[in-house]
Design a protein around this ligand. Sequence first.
Ligand SMILES: Cc1cc2nc3c(=O)[nH]c(=O)nc-3n(C[C@H](O)[C@H](O)[C@H](O)COP(=O)(O)O)c2cc1C
Length: 163
Amino acid sequence: MKSVLIVYHSMTGGTQQMAQAAARGAYSQGDVRVSLLHAAAAGTADVLEASAYVFATPENLAAMSGLMKDFFDRTYYGALDRINGRPYALLICAGSDGTNAAQQIARIATGWRLKAIADPLIVCTQAQAPERILRAKRIPESNLLECEELGATLAAGIGLGIY
Ligand SMILES: Cc1cc2nc3c(=O)[nH]c(=O)nc-3n(C[C@H](O)[C@H](O)[C@H](O)COP(=O)(O)O)c2cc1C
């Protein structure tokens, strides 16, 4: 059975909601297994097992979050040359930017020879002052629908053998 692995990290909840929405979308396609894993819980075996990926991270200090980086550090060489050509999508939750985190993960995905199925989906929470940055996030329904659609597209694509 084909499967989608969704790996995420989130400090104040925004990325988690986006990853959960992508998982809902992927589940909605039926014949595809979906694993939604926190970055700290995901390992090389999960990466090797999956047919497609969604990577979801906050942008912190103009980079992917530390735990997301740790996930790639732990899995990169174990998966290198063993997952070539598999499709992936990228979700970024940022205060106001998100492009650096997206570029970092895209470069890693290029190293893995993965194929992006869409441009990175970046949601900005407009958190810039410390008190807003540290506050729990609530991602608007319209953005969650976009994440859901991306998850559904990825799952449908692998189910039908398009990707
Ligand atoms: C230490 C730290 C650094 C951050 N740096 C950036 C940044 O460089 N660019 C940006 O757009 N947002 C930045 N943010 C804002 C977060 O991306 C924003 O709060 C986002 O909603 C976090 O996602 P989360 O709710 O999944 O943790 C930063 C937040 C923290 C805590």
